[in-house]
Design a protein around this ligand. Sequence first.
Ligand code: SAJ
Length: 440
Amino acid sequence: MSLSALEKSILNKSAKIAIVGLGYVGLPVAALLAEKGFQVLGVEIKANRVDLINQGISPIEGKEPGLAEMIKRVVGSGKLRATTDFKEISDRDMVLVNVETPVNDKNYPEYQALRASVSSVGKNIKKGALVVIESTIMPGTMKKIVLPLLQETSGMQVRKDFYLGNCPERVMPGKLLSNLANLSRVVGGDTSETAAVMKKFYAYIVDADIDETDWITAELVKTAENAYRDVNIAFANEVAKICETLGADVWRVRELVRKSPGREMLMPGSGVGGHCIPKDPWLLVSSVRDTDLDLELIPTARKINTSMPAHLMALLKEQAGEISEKKILLLGYAYLEESDDIRNSPAAALAKLLEEAGVQVVIHDPFVPEFTGDIYQAAKDCDAALIITGHSAYAEMDFTKFKECLRSPLVIDGRNLLDRGKMRAAGINLITLGDRSTAE
Ligand code: SAJ
């Protein structure tokens, strides 16, 4: 199919779509496209996810407004079907790839999933198909890895036999559908014509700007925007440490700094988790790893943010003294409030540090299946509780009852979640990250 024929099939919605990877990104994209009337095939290696989706059930836990209902609707109407068989993409006009792109322990991209899925796509795509990589990738990946792999496995040539684009996603757990619809997208094409066709396609599901560009720019935008966020969180964390040292309240400082134009100071916290922010800065840094360009700020920001769980442990030790043999409750295991997503959870890092120090760690999280349960029961006989994730359930506790359950009334708040007055009224010694003024 020529690019103009593909464009026509997009405009009349006869284009058949495949989404490779039905995770936090792929599944909402598949559902949205099916909802818009496209015939969508989801290709997923996890058979249990495929089964759930084909029953119209969303495998994504946590609060995702509208997603479960949409999946039920589009599977019921036959617009969305899932499979584990890559061969089924042979009749697809467009193939979007949404697989994980983690970094390894050397903070370099680990492309096992990307290589495997791109190879399977190459082996099965039809002539004239448009392949779009939506995964977040190290700048340079499209040209150096995806293109050669696709051409090698398909035996076809880009531009002549198939088209290739990069369109990074900007979703966030808890706002998957709304972010997809309301946040602008960058479409990087192998040619400007391909980018123009991608723009027409994404216009069906994106109500915001769709900016046409090339591969390297699209790759840089995505990784730079998340490195930007990581650096700014690190700044807030470092100012929090300064405030603790000087006996100030970083939350009051932040409130007043933000009154100065263009100073949108972010929030200090117990750590930076998730599948984007801890990883994407390293994808950006890795893009120049084999050059003589030495980077300092972005890697240092990662170091500061990764230090926050240990910082919370230091605050605990300051208050509780010797902590080995103690029993400590971590409130929140998900990396983000009101979410069940535990990827790169700061609580996991802190639990490891505490256990290495001989502490008995108890974990509670209202959204993470293995850690749900009664908060007060979890607090029983604990020597302290640490707020790691800002789940609203923790702000709504009966603090008097909570205090009665604790062996000693010490709470370290890593998310500035708890009301200082209420905690004091309940007789709890509250230590808020970055605020020395709450120390008793
Ligand atoms: N965090 C802080 N302080 C802050 C903000 C966040 O410590 O001021 C922590 C959070 O607790 C969390 C981590 O950082 O552990 C990441 O939080 P996030 O709000 O950045 O949430 P993410 O990881 O879901 O970020 C995603 C990103 N979107 C994509 O990569 C597509 C990010 O670019 C968005 O800014 C963010 O969603 C959003 O706010 O939508």
